[in-house]
Ligand binder design. Structure first.
Ligand code: SF4
Length: 337
């Protein structure tokens, strides 16, 4: 990975959805889906963003691509011309021009591809939108198809002729069409058979190396990002609670929530039995989160201070951040990677 060329910087990003009540739709509260999130992404890096469903990770990905507007904060993207633009402030025309620089691979390859378009049209659509036509467009689509392991014979077929894994290959080819700086992959393998998941993960990894791609890779469990992510951010109720290089996070977690997620990662040798931590209770409600540390009702290490004071995300050791009052003291159990 090339170091120190920041492609994306997210600063204090918030996305609050108002809760409205009554005839006059008075705002009576907010669902804090993303609550003061900051991180950077370097060129060629894969940042895994992990958390249970409802933790805000997909909302964060959608805000970054401006598929929805953030409530506040900055999203700074380095463009191909080396300009730094704040995505949150762009108007429609500026945003359209920037679309080619960032793209998304969706979770569900069945619903994300139009059943009425051929594969050629699906992969070619973003190129068409950028003004490419005719033979040039067809040649580029063939190139992209071959990159993701499809052949020219596939191009005139419709998505329903393909398996889930092949459809995801089509979705990846479309995401790569305009040569983007940044790809947000939103649970790209979670709806696929386990046997196919590894193929798609390997494909994403190979493409990353071949094209020096930068991914924000969203997943709901840590086993999926284990081999592809350079760093991992763990989210809980709209906030990043731990962020570190992948190996260090797996071997030496510093947040009890990460420890619990890691305990559910399948062990390479099934004879090795880890102590799976069964989290009690539900994920906190982002419309009415608990006081202090949001994780305290489910945390087996919680003390009185956890109920009253929210722990900030702090650097526990170089490059390893955690939001836990006892991150320095707890000896948490990791897993081998
Ligand atoms: Fe658990 Fe307290 Fe740390 Fe929160 S601050 S994770 S409740 S020990």
């Amino acid at each position: 990975m090339e170091q120190h060329e920041t492609i994306l910087e997210v600063r204090s990003l918030k996305k609050y959805f108002p809760i409205e009540k009554g005839f006059f739709r008075r705002t009576v509260g907010h669902v804090k889906a993303v609550d003061d999130v900051s991180f950077q992404l370097q060129r060629g890096e894969v940042l895994g963003l992990v958390g249970e469903s409802g933790c805000g990770k997909t909302t964060l990905g959608r805000c970054i691509l401006r598929a929805m507007n953030a409530t506040s904060g900055e999203i700074l993207l380095k463009t191909r011309d080396a300009d730094i633009v704040d995505i949150t402030t762009l108007n429609k025309r500026e945003l359209r021009a920037l679309r080619k620089e960032m793209n998304m691979v969706f979770q569900d390859p069945f619903s994300s591809l139009s059943p009425r378009m051929t594969v050629l049209d699906i992969i070619g659509e973003p190129l068409w939108a950028q003004g490419m036509r005719g033979r040039q467009l067809e040649t580029r689509v063939k190139e992209l198809a071959s990159l993701v392991g499809l052949n020219a014979g596939h191009l005139n077929r419709y998505p329903n002729a393909f398996s889930g894994g092949q459809r995801q290959r089509i979705g990846i080819a479309r995401a790569l069409a305009t040569n983007p700086n940044l790809i947000v992959a939103d649970e790209p393998v979670s709806s696929l058979d386990v046997s196919i998941q590894a193929q798609i993960l390997n494909l994403l990894q190979d493409l990353k190396e071949e094209l020096n791609l930068t991914y924000l890779f969203i997943a709901h469990d840590l086993s999926v990002v284990e081999h592809i992510a350079d760093r991992v951010a763990v989210m809980y109720v709209g906030k990043i609670v731990e962020l570190s290089e992948t190996e260090d996070l797996y071997l030496n977690p510093k947040h009890p929530y990460t420890e619990a997620l890691l305990s559910a990662v399948p062990k390479p040798d099934p004879r090795i039995k880890g102590n799976q931590i069964i989290l009690q209770g539900e994920v906190a409600n982002p419309a009415d989160p608990p006081s202090g540390c949001y994780f305290h009702p489910r945390c087996k290490y919680a003390k009185d201070v956890c109920k009253t004071t929210a722990p900030p995300l702090t650097e526990v050791k170089p490059g390893h951040y955690a939001a836990c009052h006892f991150a320095d003291e707890l000896e948490l159990e990791g897993v081998m990677v």
